[in-house]
Write a protein that binds this ligand. Structure first.
Ligand code: NAP
Ligand code: MG
Length: 365
């Protein structure tokens, strides 16, 4: 079989710990045998971030913007313990924060749904994608409790940031051909939330094909719970923080959640929503066979390859990416799963380790 050509590269951002190990397995077994893989490789593993004084993260962010599509492995965000563990000269900033800042991007999180796992809200048969505005509001607030016992809080946002958010939401909804719902509380914050509404309505004019609606946040919650899913739900920073945790919990597993960072000018970075799965990595280092779920990492790759194919009019690559995803679903629905999903399944399944799962996908592919 000849491999699928890929004339234009994507940025490949490698990472840390268990996901770094899984990264190479997925690439070697599921991508390289089928695709003439074309990437610009950036090693965002913590040792290389230290060696380059974090320069590699900035180069990677620039490459993601230049090439238009990136795929990223989970990375360690250093804290005090990591500074010691990796003998760091500085507590380097979160790579995700650096890349998000450089791309001025919005994160869209979507669960991967299979018939094997029934969501806690069984009516949710199609994914709900949450888009959270990741700037301002209470996250940069100042607050005070006065001697008289009055509590005060002040927070801000910028029109430019809300515009970028709205642009990214409409662009993503347009690409995915999904309805876009935005919710806020403009009946109370008439100016602040009102400005969000105004900007969303204005941005809608540039994307007339998008089925867009606005709903008050409390009404939206009631409607979402009764819905069958299948839409993008855009929210302000705090609402998105709270609701994204609710949505991911209802769908069951962080290991089955994908994440894509979209810039207002149409650059895309795909990744798994989970972290580097440190606990599994330490056990792997001690010689244990890992049972970490590689599905979200596989979907990061398929998402990036599909987008590359779409942008280049490369239908073979798009088909391959879609086939890879449907094969993963088929393997799971046929009852071959890693331990995290075995624990959620209501029927008998064959519980396998990471390599066996990848091998099952490859065999069916
Ligand atoms: P985590 O890596 O998401 O893992 C938390 C727990 O969730 C794991 O211990 C495991 O539970 C379960 N889990 C997550 N992904 C799984 C998978 N693919 N298969 C099976 N189980 C999975 O979060 P963390 O332990 O809080 O963070 C670890 C490191 O990741 C930190 O250094 C953090 O900075 C980094 N991080 C990076 C990103 C990113 O790059 N986007 C995001 C979040 C965190 P059990 O142990 O119970 O099996
Ligand atoms: Mg949260």
């Amino acid at each position: 079989m000849s491999k699928i050509p890929m004339p234009h590269p994507i940025a490949e951002l490698d990472g840390d710990e268990m996901t770094r190990v899984i990264w190479s397995w997925v690439k070697d077994e599921l991508i390289l045998p089928f695709v003439e893989l074309n990437t610009e490789y950036y090693d965002l593993g913590l040792p290389n971030r230290e060696a380059t004084k974090d320069g590699v993260t900035h180069e990677a962010a620039a490459a993601a913007k230049r090439l238009g599509v990136a795929v990223k492995c989970a990375t360690i965000t250093p804290n005090a313990a990591r500074v010691e563990e990796y003998n760091l000269s500085q507590m380097w900033k979160s790579p995700n924060a650096t890349i998000r800042g450089a791309m001025d991007g919005t994160i869209f999180r979507t669960p991967i749904i299979t018939k094997l796992i029934t969501p806690a809200i069984p009516a949710w048969t199609a994914p709900i994608t949450v888009a959270r505005h990741a700037y301002g509001d209470i996250y940069n607030a100042v607050e005070k409790i006065t001697d008289e016992g009055v509590m005060e809080v002040a927070y801000h946002n910028t029109v430019a940031s809300v515009k970028s958010f709205a642009e990214a939401c409409f662009r993503y909804a347009d690409g995915e051909k999904l309805p876009l719902k935005f919710s806020a509380k403009d009946t109370i914050l008439k100016k602040y939330d009102g400005k969000f509404l105004e900007i969303f309505a204005e941005t809608h004019k540039a994307f007339p094909n998008v089925d867009y609606s606005y709903t008050l946040i409390d009404d939206a919650v009631a409607r979402v719970i009764r819905s069958s899913g299948g839409f993008i739900w855009a929210m302000k920073n705090y609402d998105g923080d709270v609701m994204s945790d609710m949505v991911s919990t209802v769908f069951g597993s962080l290991a089955m959640m994908t994440s894509v960072l979209v810039s207002p000018t149409g650059e895309y970075e795909y990744e798994a929503a989970h972290g580097t799965v440190t606990r599994h990595y330490y056990r792997y280092r001690d010689g244990e066979t890992p049972g970490t779920n590689p599905v979200a990492t596989i979907y990061a790759w398929s998402g990036a390859l599909k987008k590359r194919g779409e942008l280049d009019g490369n239908s073979e690559l798009v088909n391959f990416a879609e086939k890879l995803e449907s094969t993963v679903i088929a393997v799971i629905e046929n009852g071959t799963v890693t331990g995290d999903l075995a624990a959620l399944a209501k029927v008998n399944v064959r519980c396998v380790n990471t390599k066996e799962f990848i091998a099952a996908v490859k065999a069916l592919l």
